[in-house]
Design a protein around this ligand. Structure first.
Ligand code: NAD
Length: 495
């Protein structure tokens, strides 16, 4: 774990202006424009990044295509890719302190969580796909005797990766690592407010021996660089994590350009369901509070809808409120803070808009609901709980992506299932019960990519993550993610 001393040494490191990373080196954007990087810790500008444009994206895609055609990565033995990616995982671990603090200065995640979720998890992901790639075999089809049917697995070509600001390094690694391991060349478009760690990752990749052009990073505004990547005729696939509206745009870009494949990990409104027979109500309350409030609720799988069985409702709510008010919101670079800053002033305003609307619609504010620590100049929000939330309210239907929990009560299992499934989303969920049969029935009945039982969150790299319904399609993590970045080619050989 990172020490407070190490954090304090790194927290004021001068960053200056960071360029794009194209063809193995930093370069200015063609137009020379920059964007400020504002820390939500204190509202101050602490760095700037290149504000890339369409021509920069084109440069990066050309570099990736040339590297792909050259073949020093795409046609290299998987054992070579394994070696380079393993070295990269080591370098990410070696620079974990630096990467963690840098990321927190950009997006305000509490350092304890950021340290594990960003550099350490990214290193683990890179190592996982490095280790996996020389165990992926082609197939021989069960054909008639006079034919040999071979199924080759080949890289797609140039993969565009577009990620959000909540965990750019971790989510970036979920896509970049399997794409690279499979032999693709990649162009990353980081989120405008949190680009620095992915730029650093590209530098470390070069240091690890990744050939020039195999991994490029183009910073800038989503509506410019993201769109240019989505519309590019020479990009073979886009792996995206972010909001629903941008995900839809990417499908449109694909249709309007070269029908590139698009994988979408979108938002959620995940139900966390507490049955009266939960093994330990107090423990369930503590984990549920963390399951919505960690990283100020800016977690795609956050349990933002809490459904509690009526017979234990009052008892559970007492425990939940007590666990919530114990959470310390404060400087994300202070190891004693349980929750850091909301990622930006805009996101904080958006969260407060949800609070205002929930009150107008008749939900009851139990705790929180306001900006705090305004004197720091940063964006901090008190963990917020609303009860008496009904299905027609905005809070029950729309993703806040902030520290705002809506609570509903239910009587029967059928009612819990109906409520759980009554949004357009289907990303994550949880069920708390001591009854094995109830647990298994709920796992089957809930429409979501993941159902936690007697816990919330914490799944590791060995299992897939992704949604159903409007939470998107395609899976990150696990060996299944590799399939997205490999094309099947049939050889049909007459004997
Ligand atoms: P966002 O959709 O605004 O931005 C995501 C990325 O898309 C950023 O890099 C942005 O620059 C880029 N972008 C913006 N406009 C674009 C355009 N027109 N064309 C192409 N790219 C464009 O999302 P955000 O605010 O950064 O992140 C929050 C959202 O991400 C939430 O909805 C959250 O649920 C979702 N999320 C999902 C997962 C998951 O695994 N399902 C994980 C984390 C976050």
């Amino acid at each position: 774990m990172i020490s407070q001393n190490a954090i304090d040494t790194l927290r004021h490191t001068e960053i200056g202006t960071r360029g794009l990373f194209i063809d193995g080196a930093q370069s200015q954007g063609i137009a020379g424009a920059t964007l400020p990087v504002i820390s939500p810790i204190d509202g101050r500008v602490f760095a700037s990044i290149a504000d890339g444009n369409t021509a920069d994206v084109d440069r990066a895609v050309k570099s990736a295509r040339m590297a792909f055609e050259k073949g020093s990565w795409s046609r290299a033995a998987p054992a070579f890719r394994k070696k380079v990616l393993s070295r990269l995982a080591e370098l990410v671990e070696k620079h974990a302190d630096e990467l963690a603090v840098l990321g927190v200065r950009e997006n305000g995640t509490e350092i304890g969580m950021a340290y594990k979720a960003e550099p350490l998890s990214a290193a683990g992901t890179i190592r996982y796909y490095a280790e996996a790639i020389d165990k992926v075999y082609g197939e021989i089809a069960p054909t008639a005797e006079n034919v040999l049917g071979l199924i080759h697995k080949e890289p797609l070509g140039v993969v565009g990766v577009i990620v959000p600001w909540n965990f750019p390094l971790m989510i970036g690694a979920w896509k970049v690592a399997p794409a690279l391991a499979a032999g693709n060349c990649v162009v990353v478009k980081p989120p405008e407010i949190a680009s620095l760690t992915l730029l650093r990752l590209a530098e470390l990749a070069a240091e690890a021996g990744l050939p020039a052009g195999v991994l490029n990073v183009v910073t800038g505004r989503g509506a410019v660089t993201g769109e240019a990547l989505g519309l590019h005729m020479d990009v073979d696939a886009i792996a995206f994590t972010g909001s629903g509206p941008v995900g839809r745009r990417l499908l449109d870009y694909s249709a309007r350009s070269n029908v590139k494949r698009v994988f979408l990990e979108l938002g959620g409104k995940s139900p966390n369901i507490v049955f009266a027979d939960a093994p330990d109500l107090k423990q369930a309350a503590v984990v549920s509070a963390n399951g919505i409030f960690r990283n100020s609720g800016q977690v795609c799988v956050a349990g933002s809808r809490l459904l509690v069985q009526a017979s234990v409702y009052d008892r559970f709510m007492d425990e939940l409120v007590s666990a919530t008010t114990r959470l310390k919101v404060g400087d994300p670079l202070d190891l004693t803070s349980d929750i850091g800053a909301v990622s930006s002033a805009e996101q904080l305003d958006k969260n407060l808009g949800f609070v205002a609307r929930a009150q107008i619609e008749g939900a009851r504010l139990v705790t929180g609901g306001e900006r705090i620590l305004a004197e720091t100049g940063g964006s901090y929000m008190a963990p917020t709980i609303f009860e008496n939330v009904t299905q027609n309210m905005q809070l029950a239907r729309e993703e806040v992506f902030g520290p705002v929990l809506g609570v509903m009560r239910f009587d029967t299992e059928e009612e819990a299932v109906r409520l759980a499934n009554s949004t357009v989303y289907g990303l994550a969920s949880a069920v708390w019960t001591a009854n094995l049969s109830t647990a298994h029935r709920m796992v089957r009945a809930i429409n979501a990519g993941v159902v936690h039982v007697n816990t919330y969150g914490g799944a590791d790299i060995t299992v897939p993550l992704g949604g159903v319904k409007q939470s998107g399609f395609g899976r990150d993590k696990s060996l299944h993610a590799l399939e997205k970045y490999l094309e099947l080619k049939t050889a049909w050989i007459a004997l």
